[in-house]
Design a protein around this ligand. Structure first.
Ligand code: NAD
Length: 275
C-alpha cells in the first residue's frame, strides 16, 4: 500500500518557502519536510525563521534560514542563489510571504499603505516567481512546482479586509494562470491555494466574536488550522499534480459556499483526528 503513495514522496527534492518562519508558511514548510524535501525558510523574522528551520531539521531533512524581504528585488535574487548554493537546485517554491490589513475604510485608506501591501503581496510574489522560474529553466531536467498563496479574499470580498488586500489576492490568482500558461513549456506547474481564515499570528488581531461567526458560517465546523493545509500543499508540490496547472485550490472548509446569512448546518461529529 505504501508504494502506492510514493507519488507524494518528496525525498531528494529541494524547496523554498517565503514567509516560512510562522503561520501558513511554517505549515507549508513542515508538510514539505514531512514528505522528505529539504526546505529553505526565507523570512524577515530571523529569530522565528531560525527556530522553524531547526524544527524541520528534527524531521531528518536539511533546512536553513535566510533573511529576505520579498519587496526587495536584490534580496530575492540573493535568496535564489543562496538556495542553489546550499541545495544545488530548486524544485519547489511556495510564495507565501504576505501582509494583511484590518481596515474596511477604503475611502480613507492611505496610498502609502496600499503601495506597501502591493509591494509585498503582489510585486514581491511576481518577482519571486520570475527568479524561481529562471532557475528552474536552467536546471536539468527542466521542471518545477511554484505554489502561490492567495486567499478567499481573492475570490469573494471579505469583511475585516480591504481593497488593497482583496485586489492583491485576486491578482495573485490571475497572475498564477498567466504564468502557468507561459511556463508549462518548461514543465513548471504554477498553481495557487486560497485558504480562508487560518489561525495564525495574522489572525490574532480578530475578536472572539468574529471567530465564532466564522465557525457558524463554515460547514466543516471549525476555523482553519495551519495543518489543514498539509494535504493541499503536498498535492501541489508533488507528482500527484503533474497535470494540473494554473488552478486556484480553495481550501476553506466550505466557508464560501453560501452560508453567509443563515449559519451553516455544521458537521455534528468531531473530525476524524479529534475523535
Ligand atoms: N491567516 C489567514 O487567515 C490567511 C488566509 C488566507 C491567506 N493568507 C495568506 O497566507 C500568507 C501567510 O499568512 P499568515 O496568516 O501565515 O501570516 P503571518 O503574519 O502569520 O505570517 C507571515 C510570515 O511572513 C513573513 N513576512 C511578512 N512580510 C514579509 C516580507 N516582506 N518578506 C518576507 N517575509 C515576510 C512574516 O515575518 C511571517 O513570518 C499571506 O500571504 C496571507 O495573505 C492568510
Amino acid at each position: 500500500m505504501k508504494e502506492n503513495l510514493s507519488i507524494f514522496d518528496l525525498t531528494g527534492k529541494t524547496a523554498l518557502v517565503t514567509g516560512g518562519a510562522a503561520g501558513i508558511g511554517r505549515a507549508c514548510a513542515t508538510a514539505l519536510a514531512m514528505a522528505g524535501a529539504d526546505v529553505a525558510i526565507a523570512d524577515v523574522n530571523k529569530d522565528l525563521g531560525e527556530k522553524t528551520a531547526a524544527s524541520l531539521r528534527e524531521l531528518d531533512v536539511k533546512s536553513f534560514f535566510l533573511r529576505c524581504d520579498v519587496s526587495n528585488e536584490e534580496q530575492i535574487q540573493t535568496m535564489i542563489s543562496s538556495v542553489v548554493e546550499v541545495f544545488g537546485k530548486l524544485d519547489i517554491a511556495v510564495n507565501n510571504a504576505g501582509i494583511g490589513v484590518i481596515s474596511d475604510q477604503d475611502e480613507i485608506f492611505p496610498k502609502n499603505e496600499w503601495d506597501k501591501l502591493m509591494a509585498i503581496n503582489l510585486d514581491g510574489l511576481w518577482l519571486c516567481a520570475k527568479y524561481q522560474a529562471q532557475q528552474m529553466i536552467r536546471q536539468t531536467p527542466t521542471e518545477g512546482k511554484i505554489i502561490n498563496i492567495s486567499s478567499i479574499a481573492g475570490v469573494v470580498s471579505l469583511p475585516m479586509s480591504n481593497g488593497a488586500y482583496d485586489a492583491s489576492k485576486s491578482a495573485v490568482i490571475h497572475l498564477t494562470k498567466q504564468l502557468a500558461l507561459q511556463w508549462g513549456r518548461f514543465n513548471i506547474n504554477v498553481n495557487s491555494i486560497s485558504p480562508s481564515y487560518v489561525l495564525t499570528p495574522m489572525m490574532s488581531r480578530t475578536t472572539l466574536k468574529f471567530r465564532q461567526r466564522i465557525r457558524d458560517t463554515t460547514p466543516m465546523g471549525h476555523i482553519q488550522r495551519p495543518e489543514d493545509l498539509y494535504g493541499p500543499i503536498l498535492y501541489l508540490a508533488s507528482a500527484a499534480s503533474d497535470y494540473m496547472t494554473g488552478q486556484n485550490l480553495i481550501v476553506d472548509g466550505g466557508h464560501t459556499l453560501g452560508p453567509w446569512i443563515e449559519p451553516a448546518r455544521k458537521r455534528e461529529i468531531p473530525p476524524p483526528n479529534q475523535r
